[in-house]
Design a protein around this ligand. Structure first.
Ligand SMILES: [Zn+2]
Length: 299
């Protein structure tokens, strides 16, 4: 069976309030499943301004018009404007996603904190951040979380261990080519890892002649031949749930024509031979169109 799992990262307060309802409506219209991974604490996205000192940041910002997609306010949250608490203020929206039958999971508690710091942090810090997200998840959804998708594909060894220790059914924290059991310095971490296998739209836009007009066509070329274990596509509530919705709809139509089922991550997992997934080491590596290094599946 050809499947594409749709993994939706929800990074911001605005993305939760505006992008999530729009995506739910679109997915329902296309009868597509998907998993929403939520940022559950405060939206401190404005603090991304400090990334201006990092290599490649300004280049990326100018490549994709950050203000247009995220809005001025988002770019000030946690700096000039107070950071809105997503878990508190968007509780009804979060619950409505699950009630509509979509799978939900944890993206993070504070996106900026996790994305910018987890790589260098110790076990206590990592556990605390994850437990904060879990506490909100429990409170909002009234159940234990079963799925995690790391903010910015940033992880450390402790975070991987916690996926196993906390009994998550799977996590999706890396970029790669097929589902696997991760190893870290030879240590096996027994929690299935479902890597994102396709590039994201923001990694492609305005590079190599790619524009909003030919982005879908380019992506559909990449999915023409299905790998035996299908694909995981990551999208963002702020982008595909906003101005890039038409491109996303072209993708949904195109993938259906190519014979793919569009499913939530848990349904994708259900079709995998989870008892005999291959072991692969993970490492930090640069990925085209992204700043810094991401967690990547090694061959
Ligand atoms: Zn994110």
């Amino acid at each position: 069976m050809k499947q594409i799992a749709l993994k939706i990262d929800v990074d911001t307060y605005r993305g939760t309030r505006e992008g999530v309802p729009r995506l739910m409506e679109t997915l329902q219209r296309h009868q597509a499943g998907a998993t929403f991974f939520f940022t559950l604490g405060r939206d401190n996205m404005g603090r991304a301004i400090f990334r201006v000192f990092r290599k490649g940041y300004l280049q990326k910002v100018s490549r994709m018009s950050v203000v247009e997609h995220y809005g001025i306010k988002t770019l000030l949250y946690g700096t000039l404007l107070p950071a809105p608490n997503i878990g508190k203020r968007c509780r009804d929206i979060l619950r409505s996603v699950k009630e509509a039958g979509f799978e939900v999971g944890i993206h993070c508690h504070d996106h900026i904190r996790w994305q910018d710091h987890v790589v260098h942090k110790d076990e206590a810090w990592t556990k605390r951040e994850l437990e904060r997200a879990i506490a909100v998840y429990r409170d909002v959804f009234g159940e234990e979380p079963h799925a995690h998708a790391a903010a910015g594909w940033q992880m450390n060894r402790h975070a991987f261990r916690l996926m196993q220790r906390l009994g998550f059914r799977y996590s999706s924290d890396s970029r790669g080519y097929a589902p696997f059991i991760p190893t870290w310095d030879g240590e096996i971490i027994a929690c299935p890892q479902l890597p994102t296998t396709l590039p994201t739209l923001d990694e492609l836009i305005n590079r190599d002649g790619l524009t909003l007009d030919n982005l879908a066509e380019y992506m559909l070329n990449l999915t023409q031949d299905a790998p035996p274990t299908g694909h995981v596509f990551t999208l963002h509530a702020e982008l595909e749930g906003g101005k890039w919705m038409p491109v996303f709809e072209q993708l949904l139509d195109g993938w259906k024509k190519q014979g793919y089922q569009l499913v939530a991550m848990q349904d994708y997992l259900a079709h995998l031979p989870t008892t005999c997934l291959p072991h692969h080491p993970v490492e930090l590596r640069e990925v085209d169109g992204r700043i810094g290094k991401l967690t990547v599946q090694r061959p």
